[in-house]
Design a protein around this ligand. Structure first.
Ligand SMILES: *Cc1c(COP(=O)(O)O)cnc(C)c1O
Length: 338
């Protein structure tokens, strides 16, 4: 049970050092046995591969307290698998799925007091990451790596109510064809900072990136996938090889189709059909779904509604939250009890 003296419902999304993190080291072609550590700092060569050539990738997932007081994680196997894909693309060693899940278990279990209580809206955010740690000056993959998972409590996303976002169609690119847009690499975020700061300066919450080859199709934002709802209630999500496969978005599409009996489509979505939709939301672990109230495409405004979540978005949101918090039955294998 959580014993920490924290005002959970007023927590933001920031780093707070918790007691334990998991650390494993890769050397001479293999991972060591891994351990929990109280040390939240890392010492490495000034020439470490991660510092010079950004050889790093990460994951993000949460631990929650359910209605009946269990501590659970949502589909960590998919985070493990996605991290394997990221590592392969970045020429890093993979961390096996069973070990990843075991490490998640250990970190959450060791930090049980940091898991916010049911009803607070807060959760314990887990950040698995891996990076090249030995010195690399000629451009090549590192030979030694560190894998870590730390935990930090984060507050409710919709503190003070749901405020639909205003987003713009970006003139910057996020992901090149055959590039790294489909993997969770730190480098994708480094190069998106210019675009997000610029968006904020221009009064927008987020950038929606069109495909960088033709600028014709919608892809995603800097850190969330997108779903749309058509007039007849079909849930549509863009299909592209350069979108990061969000676990939240894949889960929402499954819930829409198999639990809520909605029609779903994963297909190319043109920028010029945005005004045909009636709802739009951004999906990711942080918010589940964050409604988009308005998209601005170079001065042309597409308005979905600035009051609240649309009815379909709300249904999807409630269902996925219900599954995560144990008030709705989860599909087989989606919930890992710690
Ligand atoms: C992490 C991430 C998402 C969201 O993925 P979830 O698994 O749902 O948290 C979406 N887009 C990008 C670019 C991301 O890095």
């Amino acid at each position: 049970m959580c014993a920490k003296n924290i005002d959970w419902s007023n927590l933001g999304f920031g780093y707070m050092k918790t007691d334990w993190r998991y650390v494993a080291n890769y050397k001479d072609g293999k991972w060591d046995e891994g351990t929990l550590s109280e040390d939240g700092t890392i010492t490495m060569s000034e020439c470490a591969g991660v510092l010079q050539y950004a050889q790093t990738c990460f994951e993000g997932l949460k631990a929650y307290t359910t209605k009946d007081g269990k501590i659970v994680c949502f589909r960590p196997d998919l985070n493990a698998q996605r991290m394997i894909d990221s590592c392969e693309r970045l020429k890093m060693p993979t961390f096996p799925e069973e070990r990843f899940i075991e490490a998640v278990r250990k970190v959450v279990d060791a930090n049980r007091e940091w898991v916010p209580p049911y009803g607070s809206g807060a959760s314990l955010y887990l950040r698995p990451f891996m990076f090249g740690i030995n010195s690399v000056i000629g451009v090549k993959p590192a030979t030694e790596y560190q894998f870590r998972i730390f935990a930090t409590p984060v507050g409710p996303y919709f503190k003070g109510g749901v405020k639909p976002l205003t987003v713009r169609i970006s003139d910057f690119d996020r992901a090149a064809p055959h590039g790294t847009g489909h993997v969770k690499a730190g480098l994708n975020y480094a190069m998106s900072l210019y675009a997000i700061v610029d968006a904020h300066e221009q009064g927008f919450d987020e950038n929606i990136y069109p495909d960088s080859a033709t600028r014709t199709y919608i892809e995603e934002t800097g850190g969330a996938n997108i779903i749309f709802v058509t007039k007849d209630g079909t849930v549509v999500t863009p299909k592209s090889d350069t979108i990061l496969p969000s676990i939240t978005r894949r889960s929402l599409m499954y819930v829409a189709e198999h639990i809520l009996g909605m029609k779903v489509e994963e297909r190319k979505v043109r920028v010029d059909e945005l005004s045909d939709f009636v709802e739009c939301g951004l999906c990711g672990t942080a918010a589940v779904i964050s409604p988009v109230g308005k998209i601005v495409d170079h001065g042309k405004e597409i308005v979905y509604g600035m009051d609240d979540m649309g009815p379909v978005t709300k249904k999807l949101y409630d269902a996925l939250r219900g599954i995560q918090l144990g008030t709705m039955e989860a599909p087989e294998g989606w919930i890992l009890e710690i």
